[in-house]
Design a protein around this ligand. Structure first.
Ligand SMILES: Nc1ncnc2c1ncn2[C@@H]1O[C@H](COP(=O)(O)OP(=O)(O)OP(=O)(O)O)[C@@H](O)[C@H]1O
Ligand SMILES: [Mg+2]
Length: 288
């Protein structure tokens, strides 16, 4: 076992290991939710990210870090097939969700995105009321709901927003502050009862107080959900995640820069004792 594989959460996934066979949920190491094997991601003929082998453990927060353009958002979007929406985007290799090929022919993409929700950099509430923003997912996915009011209240509680909005549920979501809007977006993604929440720089548009609230919320949410977060903020990665994966770009013979996973480890190890000098240069601010 390499240093980078000492943990039970995010691990560099080795397809040659017998327990890492990818043909069925029971074959996976306990608790692995998502796993990338020899993953290449293209935009047209451009190889944006190459050869990613990475697994994500249940109820862990995994941070994806690295310099701009190294493919953090690209990898994240492939984990719930959001990248399908980008013209020319395609993958080689495999992403498994509980051992099932996420890109298999029988996979229902809407269901994938319900189970693997996403929160974006810029809060993006719909131009509707707070209530209708949260009800949207359950309605469009035809979720069986006993009481929509109860569902809305629970989602807002779990997103630490209830007390601030309980008396204005019918008001426009646009009337909320940026930090409140981001928590509303988290409540919206929780409302469809996902297992995984992907977050792409969820605090980068927020002030320090709103950021601290989201970071506290992430720690709470990790009890119930698996969270994969892209961040440029190293302190944030250190505060919120148990595992960190560092990506960088490597130029090819044509000068195109392809993103590569350099190493993954517990956040503590990665920040205190990185295995690769590129990681060290990045986390000490000498690069990227
Ligand atoms: N829709 C797209 N079409 C073509 N190329 C893209 C597209 N999105 C991203 N890329 C390219 O893929 C590579 C990875 O981009 P990506 O946005 O994933 O990087 P990132 O690590 O998230 O960067 P940042 O930290 O700036 O957000 C870059 O070279 C980028 O130019
Ligand atoms: Mg990005």
């Amino acid at each position: 076992m390499t240093k980078a594989q000492r943990m039970t959460g995010a691990v560099e996934h080795d397809p040659d290991r017998p327990d890492a066979a990818d043909d069925g949920a029971t074959a996976w190491p306990a608790g692995t939710v998502l796993s990338c094997t020899d993953l290449d991601i293209y935009y047209g003929s451009f190889l944006a990210v190459a050869n990613v082998n990475l697994s994500f453990g249940a109820n862990h927060v995994t941070a994806l870090i690295g310099p701009s353009g190294c493919g953090k958002s690209t990898v994240l979007r492939c984990l719930n097939r959001m990248n399908d929406l980008v013209a020319g985007a395609r993958i080689d290799g495999r992403i498994a969700y509980h051992g099932i090929d996420l890109y298999g022919p029988d996979v229902d993409v809407i269901e994938v995105r319900r189970r693997i929700g996403m929160v974006f950099q810029k809060p993006n509430p719909f131009p509707h009321s707070i209530y209708d923003n949260i009800a949207y997912g359950p309605r469009v996915t035809g979720m069986k709901v006993d009481s929509m009011d109860d569902l809305i209240e629970e989602a807002l509680h779990r997103a630490a927003l209830w007390d601030e909005v309980k008396n204005k549920l019918k008001q426009s979501a646009y009337a909320l502050s940026g930090g409140q809007q981001q928590r509303l977006c988290i409540a919206r993604s929780i409302a469809t009862n996902p297992e995984v929440i992907l977050m792409d720089e969820p605090c980068s548009a927020l002030d320090p107080i709103a950021t601290a609230k989201i970071e506290d919320l992430i720690a709470d949410l990790a009890r119930e959900f698996t969270i994969i977060i892209v961040t440029h903020n190293m302190q944030q990665a250190a505060r919120v995640s148990q595992h960190t994966a560092f990506f960088t770009t490597v130029p090819d013979e044509h000068g195109d820069r392809t993103g590569r996973l350099v190493e993954v480890d517990t956040t503590e190890n990665l920040f205190s004792n990185p295995a690769d000098e590129r990681t060290e240069a990045y986390i000490t601010g000498r690069f990227g």
